[in-house]
Design a protein around this ligand. Structure first.
Ligand SMILES: [Zn+2]
Ligand SMILES: [Zn+2]
Length: 382
C-alpha cells in the first residue's frame, strides 16, 4: 500500500463495453483521488437491478465503456486534499446519494436530496464532471452512480461515503449501500410506519421485501404483499408479509378493491415497488382516505405520467410521495440500520441468496435476470 498514494493504481475491473454483453475483466488504471475524494479498495459488491437496467440500455443516459456497480463496502486506500471525515484504513460504504452535510437540504431533517451534489445518472464523478478510470490504451471509462464498485479500486466523493464498523460482515453490510436501505428506509423514514398499522406493498422483489422488513421492524401488524408470482408469498413471509394477493388472479376485483375490504377502508401505508404508473394509481386507490400515504419507489420509463383526477385528490385527503434511497440520510441513518442488524432486529442474511467471486461476476447477472436471486454478493478476493 505504501507509496501508492497520489499515484494511479493498476488493478482489475469488470468493464461494461457494449449494451447487454458480458462484462470483461480487464486491467485498468485508477487515478488518485482529487480534493474531497477518497480512493477505496473494494472488499465486496453486490448486484442491484439498476446495474442491469443500465447494462442493457442502448441509449443515453446509458454510456459505454462503463464500470457499473453501486452496492459495496471497502477500505479507504488514500484520501485527497480537504478530506477530514475519513482516514486511510477506515471501512466505508459508498452510496449513490450524496450527503454533503452543508447545503440547505442536507442540513434539514426533512430531506435527503443534497442540492450541492445532486443525484443524477452521470458518467462522471459528482464534483468535477470527470473520470478517474482509464483502460490500458488510455481510453476513458465512465463512472456509474458516483460509485462504480465493479473494480478492485474505485474513487468516490467524500460526500458519498459512510464510515462504518469494520467488524461487521462485509457481505451483509454492503447491502445497505442501495437496495435494502431504500426499502427499509421507505417504511421507516419516508412513510413513518407506526406500530399496529396496515401496509400494502406492490411488487415483492428485493426492494418490496425490504419495505416489508422495514414495516415489520416498525411494528406494522398487517403487511399485504401484491405480486403476479404466487411464489413470492413464501419468500415474503420471511420478511414479515402476513397476507398475499396474486395480482391478475381475481377476474372481478382489483387488488385495491380487495385491500379496501381486507383493511376495512384502505391500508395506512402503500408502496409501489415495480415502476408502473398504473400500479401507482392502484396503490393510491388502496390507501385509506383521510390519512393514507402512498410511497413511490419503482422506476418507470422516463416521461411516463400519472393520471389521478384533482377531485380524487381533493376528496380523499391522501398523500402521494416519492422516495429516493428510502428518504435516508446516508451518513446518519446507515449506522443506525447497521446497529439494528448487529442487535438482530434487522435481517440482512436472508437477502443474500448467492455469493460469487469477481471472476464470476457475469453469473451474478444471469442469476438476477432469471429471478433466481435476491442479492448476489461478489467478492473481489476470496
Ligand atoms: Zn448537501
Ligand atoms: Zn441499486
Amino acid at each position: 500500500m505504501e507509496g501508492r498514494a497520489g499515484k494511479p493504481i493498476r488493478c482489475r475491473a469488470a468493464v461494461s463495453r457494449k449494451p447487454g454483453e458480458p462484462l470483461t475483466i480487464e486491467e485498468v488504471m485508477v487515478d488518485p483521488p482529487m480534493p474531497h475524494e477518497v480512493r477505496i479498495r473494494v472488499i465486496c459488491t453486490s448486484l442491484c437491478h439498476s446495474d442491469i437496467t443500465f447494462w442493457k440500455m442502448k441509449d443515453p443516459p446509458a454510456c459505454f465503456p462503463r464500470i457499473l456497480g453501486h452496492e459495496a463496502i471497502g477500505i479507504v486506500e488514500s484520501i485527497g486534499e480537504n478530506v477530514v471525515e475519513v482516514s486511510v484504513g477506515d471501512t466505508v460504504i459508498p452510496t449513490f446519494m450524496s450527503d454533503c452535510g452543508d447545503c440547505l437540504d442536507c442540513k434539514s431533517k426533512k430531506s435527503n436530496l443534497c442540492s450541492k451534489l445532486p443525484f443524477k445518472v452521470s458518467p462522471w464523478m459528482s464534483r468535477y464532471e470527470s473520470s478517474r478510470f482509464k483502460d490500458l490504451n488510455g481510453e476513458v471509462l465512465y463512472h456509474f452512480l458516483f460509485v462504480s464498485s465493479f473494480s478492485e479500486y474505485t474513487v468516490v466523493d467524500v460526500a458519498n461515503v459512510v464510515k462504518v464498523d469494520p467488524l461487521l460482515p462485509p457481505n451483509r453490510a454492503c447491502l445497505l449501500s442501495c437496495g435494502v436501505s431504500t426499502g427499509v428506509g421507505a417504511a421507516w423514514r419516508t412513510a413513518g410506519v407506526e406500530p399496529g398499522s396496515t401496509v400494502a406493498i406492490f411488487g415483492l422483489g428485493s426492494i418490496g421485501l425490504a419495505v416489508a422488513e422495514g414495516a415489520r421492524i416498525c411494528g406494522a401488524t398487517k403487511i399485504i404483499g401484491v405480486d403476479v408470482n404466487p411464489e413470492k408469498f413464501e419468500i415474503g413471509k420471511k420478511f414479515g408479509v402476513t397476507d398475499f394477493i396474486q395480482a391478475g388472479n381475481d377476474e372481478v376485483k382489483t387488488p385495491s378493491q380487495i385491500i379496501n375490504e381486507m383493511t376495512d377502508g384502505g391500508a395506512d401505508y402503500c408502496f409501489e415497488c415495480v415502476g408502473m404508473a398504473s400500479l401507482v394509481h392502484e396503490a393510491y386507490a388502496s390507501s385509506r382516505k383521510g390519512w393514507g400515504k402512498t410511497v413511490v419507489l419503482g422506476v418507470d420509463r422516463p416521461g411516463s405520467q400519472l393520471n389521478i383526477s384533482s377531485h380524487e385528490v381533493l376528496h380523499s385527503g391522501k398523500s402521494l410521495m416519492g422516495s429516493l434511497f428510502g428518504g435516508l440520510k446516508a451518513k446518519s441513518d446507515i449506522p443506525v440500520l447497521l446497529k439494528k442488524y448487529a442487535d438482530k432486529e434487522l435481517q440482512l442474511d436472508e437477502f443474500v441468496t448467492h455469493e460469487v467471486s469477481f471472476e464470476d461476476i457475469n453469473k451474478a447477472f444471469d442469476l438476477l435476470i432469471r429471478g433466481e436471486c435476491l442479492r448476489c454478493v461478489i467478492w473481489m478476493k476470496k
